[in-house]
Design a protein around this ligand. Structure first.
Ligand code: ACO
Length: 332
């Protein structure tokens, strides 16, 4: 019988410290009113100075493994989606493997910015359905506050820290990963970028003085691409599955801007607002982590019923984008 990949457990972690819009008003020239009306964000979480992407990933992973009813020894492979690895190398996946004590697991990082969770999910699905691994741990972990320029009001209000994780397995009950559509276009690589720190522009006094180790984003250009690409990814993913928008019970879009979420939601007019799952008001944009965190919250609220379809969609630097269709099975 063909193997079917399922998400059998989820977990998430948010740091304790809250950075509110009124806190930001004291740091840069902005207002709560501008941030709320332009982005939908009210607050975001910021990791401690001694808390890193690997630490947040470990917390989320432990929760996901326990939710799956597994022990860490059952994990065969660890895939970590992150734009903010602890180091360029070694990988954050290896740090998480060590922190968890996952003795039998291979581990690797994967970089697809805000689309990272969906890219990692697709690799996990392929590993599991090929019969190569039984249990793959997917982790998205971000400490965006470490690469955010708190002198730049156009970006510093947007980002927060956090992690989401899930266990993808060929055995057990949960959410079947039915279809995934992914895309990329490196022609737009410059729109959302951290210019320095790679081999093209190694760290120097100049790169530090010129703030080139921080996220730079062309906001309004990125906005237009985000809406168009997520819409087409959702359409393509549903076409592949032979479903219509009206078959979807829950939509979890990447949490970059409430106006982007509302533009995509127009395609899903049958869904009441509470079925378009949002965390943006409380966590802001945590890049690859947004979908993992939102999915964990939604499932923990026990609102998803057997047979329901959940559509995930994301867009990020690269550009990268994608959509994934999950179907709730017996015993969720
Ligand atoms: N407070 C007050 N005013 C501000 C602020 C702020 N925090 N930031 C910008 N402004 C001002 C600008 O200076 C500009 O003023 P001007 O007209 O006098 O020049 C004005 O507000 C409008 O600026 P825009 O950039 O045009 O504002 P916009 O409505 O586009 O909103 C935003 C900006 C929120 C960044 C939006 O463009 C956006 O969400 N873009 C998409 C983000 C996204 O999808 N990211 C995903 C990838 S991220 C990743 O991969 C890590």
């Amino acid at each position: 019988m063909a193997l079917k990949a399922r998400i059998i457990g989820t977990g998430s972690y948010l740091p304790e410290r809250v950075l509110s819009n009124s806190d930001l008003e004291k740091i840069v020239e902005t207002t709560d009113e501008w941030i709320v009306t332009r982005t939908g964000m009210k607050e975001r979480r910021i990791a401690r100075s001694d808390e890193f992407s690997s630490d947040m990933g470990i917390h989320a992973s432990r929760a996901a493994i326990s939710d799956a009813g597994l022990s860490v020894d059952d994990i065969d492979f660890i895939l970590v989606a992150t734009t903010t690895p602890d180091y360029l190398f070694p990988s954050t996946a290896c740090l998480i493997q060590h922190g968890l004590g996952a003795q039998h697991a291979g581990a690797v990082d994967l970089l697809a910015a805000c689309t990272g969770y969906l890219y990692a999910l697709s690799v996990a699905k392929a590993f599991v359905e090929a019969g190569m691994y039984r249990n793959v741990l997917v982790v998205a972990a971000e400490k965006l506050s470490a690469i955010t320029n708190y002198k730049d009001r156009s970006t510093c209000v947007l980002f927060g820290d956090g992690a989401g994780a899930c266990v993808v397995s060929s055995a057990g009950k949960g959410l079947a990963i039915s279809n995934i559509r992914l895309g990329s276009d490196g022609e737009q690589a410059q729109f959302v970028i951290m210019p320095a720190g790679g081999c093209r522009m190694p760290a120097s006094v100049d790169t530090v003085q010129n703030d080139q180790h921080f996220i730079r984003m062309a906001g309004s250009e990125t906005f237009k691409h985000a809406v168009r690409r997520m819409e087409s990814a959702c359409k393509g993913c549903l076409e592949d599955a032979g479903l219509a928008e009206s078959d979807i019970s829950w939509l979890i879009p990447h949490q970059a801007n409430l106006r982007i979420i509302e533009a995509i939601a127009k395609r899903f007019e049958h869904l009441p607002p509470e079925r378009i799952y949002k965390t943006i008001h409380k966590y802001g944009n945590t890049s690859s982590s947004t979908i993992g965190i939102a999915l964990d919250e939604l499932l923990k609220q026990s609102q998803v019923k057997n047979g329901e379809h959940i559509l995930l969609t994301a867009f990020g630097s690269g550009f990268t984008w994608g959509a994934a269709l999950l179907t709730a099975g017996d015993g969720l």
